[in-house]
Design a protein around this ligand. Sequence first.
Ligand SMILES: *Cc1c(COP(=O)(O)O)cnc(C)c1O
Length: 377
Amino acid sequence: MEHQERLDSLLLEFDELSRHSVGYPANLDFDYTALLPFMRHMVNNVGDPFHDSNYRSNTHEIEREVIGLFADLMHLPRDLAWGYVTSGGTEGNMYGLYLGRELYPDGVVYFSQDTHYSVVKIMSVLKMRNIMIRSQDNGEIDYDDLRETLRINRDAPAVVMANIGTTMKGAVDDVNRIRGILDDLAVTRSYLHADAALSGMILPFVDDPQPYGFDAGFDSVAVSGHKMIGSPLPCGVALTRRAYVSRIARAIEYVGVLDTTLTGSRNALTPLILWYAFQQKGLDGFRHMVGGCLETAEYAVTRFDDAGVAAWRNRNSVTVVFPRPPAEVVRKWQLAPQGDIAHLVAMPHVTRGTIDAVVDDCVRAAATPQDAAGAAA
Ligand SMILES: *Cc1c(COP(=O)(O)O)cnc(C)c1O
């Protein structure tokens, strides 16, 4: 039973790692064991979830409900909405920008320095002209740089990728302001894709959200499923207006198929997982969960401050930014470092006790000279 031992030890390793996981925005607090019987079936959501499929062991109906739930959250009437459950945030972003390109083949893509690293790859796959815009210190796009750059390129349609929660600092770009700039410059051919990987599941549940949603000017949005909601399998949602997709679908129907998703065979379990999370928690459950995370994040800022460590966070963000601690602290807590900063993300499984332990480790390590030297190396 050597292979069983390997599985057992792998499981133990994951148990141990999840106890010290505070650096990445994945909710580890979930239980989908009720869905285990589905592991006995070959299910496949190949194709457009809003169209019939010849492969009938699918969860398209559940997937459409998931898209409906996200349409509600993103202020898009369900009958105008189209989308599908993706493999994660990256695929959702690629989908949004792909739509932008199909609508505006000569469009220029604008995104800030703090945009998720996958945008570079997406741009090279889609072969779109693109311009990186400066970020402000808090991670939000620099609106003056955006205005100036758009002004110079006014002759080209603008495909703006806005961050609704940046990866490193949890910053939210002001989409009202971005729309305002486009209007001022009379750039009428424009498309706004929102990368809402993490905060797409935060802003709908707070009292004073920054502007977000299709009523605020989104043309498409990508939200991750394994981040705030939590899932054992990476997943996400791509959501847009049905009218945009029918323009693509028509083009492809011409060559004989209706193939509106980026991938062919698609995971049929992840729509089930997302749907189940909404049934289990309900909107009130998510509101409660998100409220708890924001409190934990604020607690972390206070604890760091009390310990003399300059920590901060953006409004409505569960991401707490602080000076990069020595390497062994980064490793122990799986903190995500970038240059001279690091962050922790107050996801639902992160308790105040965890925060206390992280802060103590940071303070203790900073007080040990050889560790500080190790961090600088
Ligand atoms: C995590 C993240 C992504 C990528 O999501 P994946 O699910 O890892 O593909 C994209 N954008 C932002 C802002 C993220 O935080």
